[in-house]
Design a protein around this ligand. Structure first.
Ligand SMILES: N[C@@H](CCC(=O)N[C@@H](CS)C(=O)NCC(=O)O)C(=O)O
Length: 208
C-alpha cells in the first residue's frame, strides 16, 4: 500500500520524506507551495486537515498528523523497528523526551522569535528573554547529543529524525559555531543517500 505524504515545501515535512527513504517505504507526495509573501501554507492543505499544516500522511485509510506521531507510526508499521529503542529500556525514556522536545519546548522560543521579530521595535522588551531561551534550548540539545552525533543510543534512531529539524533551525539561525555537534549532525544527515533522495523528491529545502 502506498503512503501519501501531504508535503509543504521548505518545511519540517522534509524529515518525514527522509525517514520514508531510510525505511525504503513506498510513498507518493502531494506537493503544496508556501505563499510567496506570507510564507503560509495554501488553503488547499485545509482540505486534507482542518489545521492546514504539514506534515500529514495517509496510509491505508488512516490519516496521521504531527511529526512525532508520524515518525513513531512509520517506524512501528513500516519496518523501522531498529529505529526505536526497546520500550523497557532507559533509552526509550530518552526517546520519549526528545520526541516531545523537538516539537514542544524547542518551538516555544522559535515561534516567539519569528512572530515577535516581526513587531520590530515594539518587541524589544521581549527579545532578550526570547533570545536567551532560544540559546538555552540549542545548548541543551548540543550538550546532550553524543559525540558520535546521536540523541539516543549509538546509532540512528527516530529521535534523530525528530531532532533534525530543530538542529537545522539552530544552524540556520547562526548557532553552528556555538553548537558544533549539532552542525555536524546536520551535515551527517544531509550526506546520507536517503536524505538526498528525499531532498530530490521533496524539492527546494531552505538553503540546502
Ligand atoms: N507540531 C506540528 C507542526 C506542523 C506545522 O506547523 N507545520 C508547518 C510547516 S513547518 C506548517 O504547515 N505551516 C504552514 C502554515 O502554518 O500555514 C508537527 O510537528 O507536525
Amino acid at each position: 500500500m502506498t503512503i501519501t505524504v501531504h508535503h509543504l515545501n521548505n518545511s519540517r515535512s522534509q524529515r518525514i520524506l527522509w525517514l520514508l527513504e531510510e525505511l525504503g517505504a513506498d510513498y507518493e507526495i502531494i506537493h503544496y507551495q508556501r505563499d510567496a509573501e506570507s510564507n503560509l501554507a495554501p488553503p488547499e492543505l485545509k482540505n486534507a486537515h482542518p489545521l492546514g499544516k504539514s506534515p500529514l500522511i495517509e496510509d491505508d485509510g488512516l490519516r496521521v498528523a504531527e511529526s512525532g506521531a508520524i515518525i513513531q507510526y512509520l517506524c512501528e508499521r513500516h519496518g523501522g523497528e531498529s529505529w526505536l529503542p526497546d520500550p523497557k529500556s532507559e533509552d526509550h525514556v530518552r526517546h520519549l523526551e526528545w520526541m516531545q522536545f523537538g516539537e514542544s519546548s524547542f518551538f516555544v522560543p522559535v515561534m516567539l522569535k519569528i512572530y515577535a521579530g516581526r513587531l520590530g521595535d515594539a518587541a524589544a522588551p521581549l527579545m532578550p528573554r526570547v533570545d536567551e531561551q532560544f540559546e538555552a534550548h540549542v545548548k541543551f540539545a548540543e550538550d546532550n547529543i553524543s559525540d558520535d552525533l546521536h540523541f539516543v543510543g549509538n546509532d540512528w534512531s527516530a529521535a534523530d529524525v525528530m531532532m533534525s529539524f530543530p538542529a537545522e533551525i539552530a544552524v540556520m539561525q547562526g548557532y553552528g559555531e556555538k553548537a558544533p555537534k549539532l552542525a555536524k549532525f546536520v551535515e551527517a544527515i544531509h550526506a546520507r543517500p536517503a536524505w538526498q533522495r528525499a531532498r530530490e523528491r521533496g524539492g527546494a529545502y531552505f538553503i540546502w
